[in-house]
Design a protein around this ligand. Structure first.
Ligand code: FES
Ligand code: FE2
Length: 423
């Protein structure tokens, strides 16, 4: 449970809010490179942390992310002409480069130096891990890009998808670190019918038997990792170890690659961009990998063409099929990602956490809130978030393993490098 004040503190991300300031200390993934496919391509609307922005790729292939409204009289630069190393407002022709300098002002006399006094907000950008990232914080504190393993592999070894979720970022992130819902939301009524290749070491029948995993949390310098221990037989346990990397990355447990996680990036208080990443550290992804994900229904949602809005959405009840729900799957909704989004959006855009009743299985969620709130409060006191300036601390993996070991620290120690511990 969070008080009304803490809930607001945790969820509001606009300029000047404490959580908004915390997010502005980190690089944030914001776009797929395909959204800006070539030099001088059409500009794109981008809304991030409650700010309306326009992204464009200039004639030299430099990516600009600038405030949306022209400082002359406020026209949107989205309608602008992207030409000769700058974006030109179509109202009166003022033109801006990727650094926000006004480089042409044809509506003023040639001898005027007015244009030299005009600048618009322009944020630094980077292409990293198959995505376009934006840094919206103070320049002298510019963060390091996080070295999540999926950002370090060649393009061919990774697939990244993006879609919108109509909730606050925290509702989505909380779903990623909520191991116990895996025994319900994503299951088949007959566990034997569940796709066997869903990436979990635990037999679906056994997962169904122990629906109340024991949760153990370890704080780390990048956030925390937590183990969910299920008893799967006499003296044998399944440990799903999830990585929660601040501010809002997850790495989901697996037994084999391709695997990955998600990132929850606030568009504003009520809307989130979800990035879903799958990668293999050692080889390119192949058609068979994608086919396996489709069989396991761990597939990105189908999108309405030309948008990042999922086809299964709240306006059509996510194409819920009550007959499938009665006979086959727990939800009657098709895919894992759609199931998560449906249920998180059903809570409303910002759930009033004063009304919830958390149990022992919610320990990781409590931890995530505590870490985020503490980081934002520390920042208010002038203490900068450690992982923002230490991109190397993100080099960890999740794991999913069956073992006789019942102690979390011992599991982490015995499974050594790359499995729940630093690579
Ligand atoms: S409003 Fe943009 S040039 Fe006038
Ligand atoms: Fe889920």
């Amino acid at each position: 449970m969070l008080s009304k004040e803490d809930n607001e503190f945790a969820c509001r991300v606009g300029p000047g809010t404490p959580m908004g300031e915390l997010f502005r200390r980190f690089w944030l993934p914001a776009m797929l490179p395909d959204e800006l496919p070539h030099a001088d391509c059409p500009p794109v609307r981008l809304r991030l942390l409650g700010e309306d922005l326009v992204a464009f790729r200039d004639s030299n292939n430099k990516i600009g992310v600038v405030e949306a409204h022209c400082p002359h009289r406020g026209a949107s630069l989205y309608f602008g002409r992207n030409e000769e190393c700058g974006i030109r407002c179509v109202y009166h022709g003022w033109k801006f480069d990727v650094d926000g300098n006004c480089v042409d002002m044809p509506s003023e006399p040639p001898e005027s130096n007015f244009k030299d006094k005009i600048h618009i907000t322009a944020y630094p950008t980077a292409v990293h891990g198959g995505l376009i990232w934006v840094y919206m914080g103070p320049e002298h504190l510019r963060a390091e890009l996080p070295q999540l393993e999926w950002t370090q592999v060649p393009e061919s070894h990774r697939s990244v998808s993006k879609w919108y979720q109509e909730t606050n970022y925290l509702q989505g992130y909380e779903g990623d670190i909520d191991s116990s819902h895996a025994s319900f939301l994503h299951t088949y009524l007959d566990p034997a019918a569940s796709p066997s290749n869903d990436g979990s070491a635990i037999d679906p029948k056994q997962k169904a038997l122990d629906k109340a995993p024991k949760i153990v949390v370890n704080d780390t310098d990048y956030g925390f990792r937590y183990g969910a221990r299920r008893t799967i037989g006499e003296g044998t346990y399944n440990w799903r170890v999830t990585q929660a990397l601040l501010p809002t990355y997850s790495l989901i447990p697996f037994i084999r690659f391709p695997a990955g996680g998600r990132a929850w990036i606030p568009v504003d208080d009520n809307r989130t961009m979800t990035f879903y990443i799958s990668y293999h550290p050692d080889r390119p992804l192949i058609d068979q990998d994608l086919a396996m994900r489709r069989t396991g229904r761990a597939f990105p949602p189908e999108l309405i063409p030309g948008t990042f809005i999922p086809k299964r959405n709240m306006t059509n009840d996510y194409l819920l099929d009550r007959e499938v729900q009665r006979t086959t799957t727990y939800t009657g909704i098709w895919g894992v990602n759609d199931q998560d989004r449906a249920i998180q959006e059903s809570m409303g855009p910002i759930y009033d956490r004063g009304k919830e009743h958390l149990g022992t299985s919610d320990l990781a969620i409590i931890t995530a809130r505590k870490r985020l709130l503490n980081l934002a409060r520390e920042l208010q006191q002038g203490i900068e978030p450690f992982p923002a300036s230490h991109g190397d601390v993100y080099r960890v993996r999740a794991m999913d393993v069956n073992t006789p070991v019942d102690n979390f620290d011992a599991v982490i120690a015995s499974h050594g490098s790359g499995l729940g511990a630093k690579m």
